[in-house]
Design a binder for this molecule. Structure first.
Ligand SMILES: C[S@@+](CC[C@H](N)C(=O)[O-])C[C@H]1O[C@@H](n2cnc3c(N)ncnc32)[C@H](O)[C@@H]1O
Length: 359
C-alpha cells in the first residue's frame, strides 16, 4: 500500500489490475478494426471454407499481402478469435467461430455489430465538437459503415425473431396480415424488417419510410433483389409526415429513440393507424434505471447512445434525446402523451424489448 497524501491510499494491486483490464480493452478496441478487416478482405470466409491455414495460404486465397495476413492472424489468435496450433503453425476457426464470423443468417453473426461500432468510432471528432457546442450529429451525416453495419447487425435478429416470435406475440396481428393488411414500417433504414415481413405476408401491402434518402435508395434496391416490389413501396419521409391512413400495423425498429421528436412521431402514428390497429415498437433491451443496464449489453448500447443515437436525436427539431437505453417507462410516457391507451412489453431478446401499443 502506498500513501500519496494523508487521506488517499492507493492499492497498487488494484491499480495494476485496472491497468491490465484497460490493456485488454485496448486490444478489444483495435479488434473492432481487425474484425472489419477480416470480414471485408474475406479472411474469415476463406478460413471457414478451407479450414486450417498458414498466413501464406490465406494471403494467396484472398489476394492480399502475406505480411498483413500473418500479423492479422496473430492478433486474432491472441484475442481468441481464431485458434493456433504451434505444432502445425496453422490457424483455424472453430465451428462456433465460423458461424459467428461468417454466417449472415445466424442471430450469432457479429461482424455487423463491429462494422457499426467501428464506423461510429471513426466519426468521434465530430461528436466531440457536438458535445462542446451542445448541437447534434445526424444519422445521415455518418459514414456508410454505420448504415450498412446497422443493417447487418439487426437483420439476423429480425430473421430469427420477427415473423416467428415478435409478430405472433401481438394480439391478432398475424391473422390480419395473412388476410391482407396494411403495414407501415417507419424509420426502416435499409428496409431489412420491411422486406422480411413482405416475404412472409405476400397478400399484405407495405410502406417503408425513413428520413434518410440514401437509406431509402438502398431499401428500394434490396426490395428489387428480394423480388417483393409488387407489395412494397419505400418513401423518404420524416416519421411525423408518413403518408397514408388506416394502417393495421405500424412498426418502428430501433429508431424511436433516434428521433428528435418521438412524441410528434407518436401523434402522427395515432392519426394514421386504424382504430383497431397495432403499433409495434422494437427498442434496445433496457430497464428503467441506470443500474438495470450496467451489464455488457447495456455498456454497448450506452456507448452507441453517446456517440450515435443521442447526437442523432439532438440534430433534429425538439431534440428529445430519449437515449438508447430509454427503458419501458420512458417509452410508455411517449405513447401515452400521444393518446395511446394500451401499452405492454410483448416480447424480449437479449438485445431487444418489443412493445405492443394500441389506441
Ligand atoms: C438504428 S437505425 C435503424 C434502422 C432500421 N429500422 C433497422 O432496424 O435496421 C435508426 C433509423 O432511424 C432513422 N430516423 C432517425 N430519425 C428519424 C426521423 N425523424 N424520421 C424517420 N426516420 C428517422 C434513421 O435514418 C435510421 O435509418
Amino acid at each position: 500500500m502506498t500513501t500519496t497524501d494523508e487521506t488517499v491510499q492507493v492499492d497498487q494491486e488494484a491499480l495494476m489490475a485496472f491497468v491490465f483490464r484497460a490493456v485488454d480493452e485496448v486490444g478489444a478496441a483495435l479488434n473492432s478494426a481487425l474484425v472489419v478487416m477480416g470480414d471485408q478482405l474475406g479472411y474469415y470466409r476463406s478460413m471457414a471454407e478451407h479450414g486450417a491455414t498458414t498466413p501464406a495460404e490465406l494471403a494467396e486465397r484472398t489476394g492480399t499481402d502475406e505480411h498483413y495476413a500473418r500479423e492479422w492472424l496473430n492478433a486474432q489468435a491472441a484475442g481468441s478469435y481464431v485458434g493456433y496450433d504451434p505444432e502445425t503453425q496453422r490457424y483455424a476457426l472453430s465451428p462456433e467461430q465460423a458461424i459467428a464470423l461468417t454466417d449472415e443468417t445466424s442471430p450469432a453473426f457479429v461482424p455487423g455489430l463491429f462494422q457499426i461500432a467501428h464506423g461510429t468510432m471513426r466519426d468521434t471528432p465530430a461528436i466531440l465538437e457536438a458535445a462542446r457546442s451542445g448541437t447534434g450529429y445526424g444519422w445521415h451525416q455518418h459514414n456508410t459503415d454505420v448504415h450498412v453495419g446497422c443493417e447487418r447487425f439487426f437483420r439476423p435478429g429480425y430473421l430469427a425473431n420477427l415473423v416467428d416470435a415478435w409478430l405472433p406475440a401481438l394480439d391478432g396481428v398475424v391473422e390480419k396480415l395473412q388476410n391482407g393488411g396494411r403495414v407501415a414500417d417507419i424509420g426502416c433504414g435499409h428496409g431489412a424488417s420491411t422486406i422480411l415481413m413482405a416475404q412472409a405476408f405476400p397478400g399484405s401491402s407495405f410502406v417503408g419510410s425513413d428520413y434518410h434518402r440514401e437509406s431509402i435508395d438502398t431499401a428500394r434496391e434490396r426490395a428489387r433483389e428480394a423480388g417483393v416490389t409488387d407489395r412494397i413501396r419505400f418513401e423518404a419521409a420524416d416519421a411525423t409526415a408518413v403518408d397514408g391512413e388506416g394502417y393495421d400495423l405500424i412498426t418502428m425498429f430501433d429508431c424511436l429513440h433516434d428521433m428528435g421528436d418521438p412524441v410528434g412521431a407518436a401523434h402522427h402514428v395515432r392519426e394514421v393507424i386504424a382504430d383497431d390497429g397495432t403499433w409495434m415498437i422494437v427498442e434496445p433491451a433496457a430497464g428503467d434505471n441506470v443500474e438495470d443496464n450496467l451489464n455488457p449489453v447495456g455498456r454497448v448500447y450506452y456507448g452507441f447512445s453517446t456517440l450515435l443515437c443521442t447526437p442523432a436525436s439532438l440534430s433534429q427539431e425538439v431534440g428529445r434525446a430519449l437515449g438508447t437505453q430509454a427503458g419501458p417507462a420512458r417509452i410508455r410516457d411517449v405513447v401515452n402523451t400521444a393518446g395511446f391507451s394500451r401499452f405492454r412489453l410483448a416480447a424480449q431478446t437479449p438485445f431487444n424489448n418489443v412493445y405492443e401499443v394500441r389506441p
